[in-house]
Design a protein around this ligand. Sequence first.
Ligand code: CP3
Length: 354
Amino acid sequence: MNELKNDRYLRALMRQPVDVTPVWMMRQAGRYLPEYKATRAQAGDFMSLCRNAELACEVTLQPLRRFPLDAAILFSDILTVPDAMGLGLYFEQGEGPRFERPVTSAEDVRKLPIPDPEQELGYVMNAVRTIRRELKGEVPLIGFSGSPWTLATYMVEGGSSKVFTRIKKMMYAEPQTLHLLLEKLAASVVLYLNAQIRAGAQAVMIFDTWGGVLTGNDYREFSLHYMHSIVDGLQREHQGRRVPVTLFTKGGGQWLEAMAATGCDALGIDWSTDIGEARRRVGDKVALQGNMDPSVLYAAPGRIEQEVAAILERYGQGEGHVLNLGHGIHQDVPPEHAGAFVEAAHRLSRSYHL
Ligand code: CP3
């Protein structure tokens, strides 16, 4: 029951030897797959899909039926946590996520509750349990959350942003208000991820999509500090097995040493950082996940294969690498190109694990 048929992903995160480099793709369940679009249409809207354990399980498994991926990732969203805090998440057609009640004042922050993961977020735990049952031990299941900073950007901006005017205004004009918000988010995320682990997530990942828009000092104070407190609060072992934690700050290539010092097991890196240099910098402290530019998947399979070969060569011989994209897969990529990426990862990496 507890045995995994393929544990390469977990082994690589713990820098143990593997036969080939494990591979998965951020946002591997999604709109580039026609079967995803069909299930999403059946559910109605995106949040109804997330709230339906059977359908969330179905879309989690869809990419695994097509490609020999080494991990499954829970189908959900990082914005479930602010939604559970009462902000009213909705998706406007073609406009991305929005909140009905964004956080605009210190008073709003003081009133925010810390959600009970088994209550308001119980639908996520049901999805985790359903997916674990249906995976039948084929590959590990990754649970996830947004970082406090990244969640705060959506909560204060009211949705996606390119310039982050409102949250930066709060950061510089009312830093204590932002710190209170981040503290509440960090406490919520610890409860949420520990509940995912108890429900069956075998590894967890923290997405800090917007940490890279900060200065180095602000990154440490407003983003990394809270990810560090989450790492400290996580249940790192479950049913006798270590639950590895991956931190991913998009655009965080300058801060890898500081990120590795949090005690996490692995760092996700995007394509703007050379993975060979990243490895030299973090040494044997953490594993690395990455880092192909997702746009390479627009290229023909031969070109995708070249890029996989280049990443494997830069990382070099031995343990500690999980192949992935440097950010989520684009929605207009041909599924066969994603297949070429996964296939090349396994075929070309064998000689690096002798
Ligand atoms: O990786 C997976 O396959 C698991 C599912 C997953 C989703 N979102 C599904 C989703 C994960 C891990 C996320 C994380 C997420 N969500 C992040 C961090 C990772 C990153 O990409 O930077 C962020 C910033 C979000 C917030 C979010 N959710 C945005 C900005 C959007 C709209 C963007 C878009 O692609 O339209 C979403 C919606 C969303 N989350 C979709 C999916 C498949 C598209 C919804 C749809 O079906 O229309």
